[in-house]
Design a protein around this ligand. Structure first.
Ligand SMILES: Cc1cc2nc3c(=O)[nH]c(=O)nc-3n(C[C@H](O)[C@H](O)[C@H](O)COP(=O)(O)O)c2cc1C
Length: 192
């Protein structure tokens, strides 16, 4: 976690603006958990708010509802195997942190698990009570209350995807356990 630096809240939504697969972490009553989620996105500017789809059947959802909080940790390409693994088993049956040797510490505001192992950014989020979420929907809305990113790939509010940091580039789920890695494309600049 040596390279993680705080991200100003006004820039926090940029950490998931491009739709990376994230690891949703949660903790309550002495238990903690992590699952993969391909479906998350920014939904509001100020304060920064996000939405993430967390299936009601998951153990994560149970912990998130009880704690009123979660964290979104953004894995880098080097941990594609871990990302798929924690999305393919339930924390009801196993402590995924112990099984996979995941290094985590409590977040600064809400105490949600912040993953070090191979993650390049995180957002700590307070769940927004919402009747439709409680009654029916899998979509959870939350306010981002703290964020940080690896300075080797995100600084001054911007991602920097380069050839010398490909292991840190984010992951994008294509379905069926297949992933793409984010890459940068230069847009043409008008001639002066
Ligand atoms: C790459 C990937 C992306 C996933 N995206 C989502 C998602 O956006 N929302 C969701 O509810 N489940 C998603 N899942 C499934 C959960 O991660 C899975 O149900 C997990 O086992 C739940 O764990 P838990 O019961 O410990 O919370 C995804 C799984 C994978 C492998």
């Amino acid at each position: 976690m040596d390279h993680l630096r705080p991200v100003e809240l006004r820039h926090a939504c940029r950490l998931i603006n491009h739709g990376p697969t994230v690891l949703v972490t949660s903790a309550h009553g002495g238990r903690r958990n992590v699952m993969a989620a391909a479906w998350s996105m920014p939904v509001e500017f100020t304060p920064p708010r996000v939405a993430v789809v967390i299936d009601k059947k998951t153990f994560t959802r149970e912990l998130v509802a009880a704690a009123g909080a979660f964290a979104l940790c953004v894995p880098g390409a080097a941990v594609v195997g871990l990302t798929y693994a924690v999305g393919s088993e339930s924390g009801r049956d196993v402590d995924k942190f112990a099984r996979h040797g995941i290094d985590a510490r409590p977040g600064p505001v809400l105490g949600m698990p912040i993953i070090g192992s191979g993650c390049v950014a995180w957002l700590e989020c307070r769940l927004i009570p919402e009747r439709h979420t409680e009654d029916a929907y899998d979509t959870c809305f939350a306010e981002v209350v703290a964020a940080a990113a690896d300075e080797r790939i995100f600084s001054n509010g911007h991602w920097s995807l380069r050839d010398d940091n490909v292991d840190l580039h984010t992951l994008h789920h294509l379905g069926g356990g297949n992933f793409a890695r984010a890459d940068a494309v230069q847009r043409p600049r008008p001639a002066r």
